[in-house]
Design a protein around this ligand. Structure first.
Ligand code: UD1
Length: 417
């Protein structure tokens, strides 16, 4: 197993290019199941979650080939409609095959994802949506089975905005008979890209990016050809790296419109952000100011940036409060930050952070994807050496992060434990 070793204290300088967005690629890969031709998705990052999604497509009978940063998928012959436990267990987003399989084959069998490190994360809203479209859902030995001769359009009102639920239902309703309306839909930019992709395949969709999406089902879809948007969470992570090290970096591919909530909070913290033609230049201040954040669905502050922002607040000049409102149990990075000398106390779904002058390097352990990023950021700002182990979490969602940080001058390497 590998770990990442960081000697902190180097201000980051230079330019970094942001990779394609993991959370956009995953639904796009599964959307290729809706067509029986050869699809091509480009700007696909090399990540473990993408490998898992491709393995799942292969299990279903699709043929896949990686050519450079493009991924070609031919789903002409679907031979299986089952997403097995071993794949769903390692990546919850595997449940996104339910919608496409049900719409295209009339039948899908997907292992229940079960609990995960950041809370229970049920899929009841996905299932409620499929039932509204006329699917018969049964639970059998840990698997969800869904059947429908042909899905029929329906009016679906989610109890809460769910990213995966909105994506699953968008893909299913695109091939359903008649009109569907999804209300209380999630509005994340990745959902907008999925809708644009489906529209380019021939789907009739209006309102993606708002809480009300209208879909007029069609009987078939063409293959997909698309280039993936930049990863706003990776971009945000590099912005915070610059802020925490008193750096000055150009984050190429970072897009202001997808980052407003984060950018406002970073500005409040005293970070200088200058939009440039191809990205955002981020200059860290001498002194970071404390800032309160509350996570929520888009356009609110993203839960996927909460851990990284908390690392930054750990060295701010004063006390800040972080409220996690999307997931239960998403404060597992706190104990590890405390090992680095952070002064943080948790009260339910809120954390109070008293900034310290200096974090102190130590061995720490990553517990989930964004927690890993938070610990790397803390290590970049800490004195001495920080060793982050269990970095397989990191490889699920950050492409070559240590190489990119080293390119900005950080003293960081991946070594065998
Ligand atoms: C997606 C992202 C993840 C991000 C999250 C929130 C992908 C692959 N993953 O995850 O990185 O952290 O959005 O921005 O895009 N919920 C239910 N029932 C459901 C569905 C969701 O109760 O049927 C709850 C969840 O437990 C959670 C909240 O709704 O508390 C939001 O979950 P959701 O938006 O569905 O997140 P994911 O799609 O799993």
């Amino acid at each position: 197993m590998h770990k990442i070793v960081i000697k902190g204290g180097v201000p980051l300088k230079g330019e970094v290019r942001i990779s394609g967005a993991k959370n956009a690629v995953l639904p796009l890969l599964f959307a290729t199941l809706l067509s029986d031709g050869q699809s091509e998705i480009c700007n696909v990052p090399a990540l473990r979650d993408i490998d898992t999604a491709v393995a799942l497509l292969n299990t279903l009978g699709a043929t896949t080939e990686r050519v450079g940063d493009c991924c070609q998928v031919n789903a002409s012959a679907i031979q299986s409609i089952e997403a097995p436990y071993d794949l769903v267990r390692t990546m919850r987003a595997s449940v996104l095959v339910l919608g496409p399989l049900l719409a295209r084959c009339g039948h899908a069998r997907v292992s229940l994802p079960g609990g995960c490190a950041i809370g229970a994360r049920p899929i009841d809203q996905h299932l409620k949506g499929f039932e509204a479209l006329g699917a018969k859902i049964t639970l059998d030995h840990g698997y969800v089975e869904a059947h429908a001769e042909r899905l029929r359009g329906a009016h679906i009102i989610f109890d809460m905005p769910t990213v995966g639920g909105t994506e699953n239902l968008l893909m299913a309703t695109a091939l359903a008979e008649g009109e569907s309306i999804i209300e209380n839909a999630a509005r994340e930019p990745e959902i907008v890209q999925l809708a644009e992709a489906l529209i380019s395949m021939g789907a009739k969709i209006e309102g993606a990016g708002t809480a009300r999406i209208q879909i007029e089902g069609v009987s078939s879809l063409n293959p997909l050809k698309i280039s993936v948007m930049p990863d706003r969470i990776e971009a945000g992570t590099f912005m915070i790296a610059s802020a925490m090290t008193g750096g000055d970096i150009l984050v190429r591919g970072a897009q202001q419109r997808d980052q407003e909530a984060l950018l406002q909070k970073m500005a409040e913290a005293g970070v200088m952000i200058h939009p440039e033609r191809d990205g955002l230049r981020v200059v860290g201040p001498e002194k970071l100011m404390p800032v309160d954040i509350r996570t929520s669905t888009f356009p609110g502050f993203p839960t996927d940036m909460q851990a990284q922002f908390m690392a930054m607040m750990a060295i701010a000049d004063g006390t800040s409060r972080v409220s996690e409102n999307v997931f239960e149990n998403r404060f597992m990075h706190v104990c590890e930050l405390q090992r680095l000398g952070a002064d943080i106390s948790i009260d339910g779904h809120s954390a109070q952070i008293h900034g310290v002058k200096q974090l102190l390097g130590a061995p720490v352990m990553a517990t989930d994807l964004r927690a890993s990023a938070c610990l790397i950021l803390a290590g970049l700002a800490a004195d001495n050496t920080t060793e982050v182990s269990r970095i397989y979490h990191l490889d699920r969602g950050y492409e070559r992060i240590e190489e990119k940080l080293a390119g900005l001058g950080a003293c960081i390497e991946r070594v065998l434990e």
